[in-house]
Design a protein around this ligand. Sequence first.
Ligand SMILES: [Zn+2]
Length: 370
Amino acid sequence: MKEFLQKLIQADTTSDKGELAAAQIIAAELGLSGIDSRIDSWGQTRANIVAHIKSTGQKAPLLFVCHLDVVVPGEAAWSHPPFAAVESDGKIYGRGSADMKGGIATIVTAIRQVVDTGTRLQGDIILLCAAGEETDSCGVRRFMHERSWLSEPAGIIIPEPTDFAVVTAHRGMIWLKVTTKGKTAHSSAPELGVNAISSMRAFLDELDKYKIDVQPHPLWGSYSMSVNTISGGKAMNVVPDQCTVGIDIRTLPGQNHERIINDFKQIFAWLKQQNPTFNAEVSVDRAVEAMETDPQCSFVREFCAAVGANETKAVGFTTDAPHLRPLGAPIVIFGPGKPELCHKPDEYIDVSDVETAVEHYKKIILKFLL
Ligand SMILES: [Zn+2]
């Protein structure tokens, strides 16, 4: 299995490269146990892979949902090359080792081991490894669009790295772009133009005072908001006519994204009252709803019993889970790897965690499908 994981890491699936190579590696691995899978590919390099392990059909299926893509390694130096999958000190290093090729390698291995032993299951296993989770969730949205063949699962498991915590809730997010518009002028006579950067400063001052009106949540407390990008201005001697900031807001379950956008528009209106040359617009760059599964539901309780967990947790990061809500099934995030290593240099996964994960996933499959 280690070699399988290493091959998956070596298949660079950052957004430029696409997911097809990794999907082919998974298809070949499943094929070793005679498991058919279907690669759904588009745009030359993008791909989902779906495997459907049929059973007697007396029980509802289990759906496992992974993502094939990884984020870029970034500018910082790595101790081991990010796509070499070097093993050292009981760890395998590489981009995606934790998020989430470790999860993919272990669920595929667990499914293979169940199939190889000839266990007669009473419910189907469906495995989806999807494209684009780190960017626009294109893979899971495509899967959901063509899901007419899929009956309601007993539960959905997302093998993202939780360090074996049973996660039943995550925050949502909305990325907003705010652009202020002005008028260019020669900077020796700035009074003839409208400086878009000055307008942005006025907006950011207001944003500092702004609080979203929302009840604190028992698991997370409050939402978070951070201005993370800014661009504007073309030349040292030209008054800028445009300035754009990117704002990442992490939201709570039930929090209304539309209302935040309306609040922004009200701030614009107020600033325009103060200064008629103020002009701004807001657009949504990306939005993911929050996810919350009832930790007391029977699926979660049985899941916890299967993996020996006494509690469930909530996390700050997002997943493809909200897109799966129309399936009507409880969703649990559970997998090997430390979440704090995700998207960072020197990402790794412990080989011992990989082995433990296979045992957990086998127990889960047998608990619900035997
Ligand atoms: Zn992930």
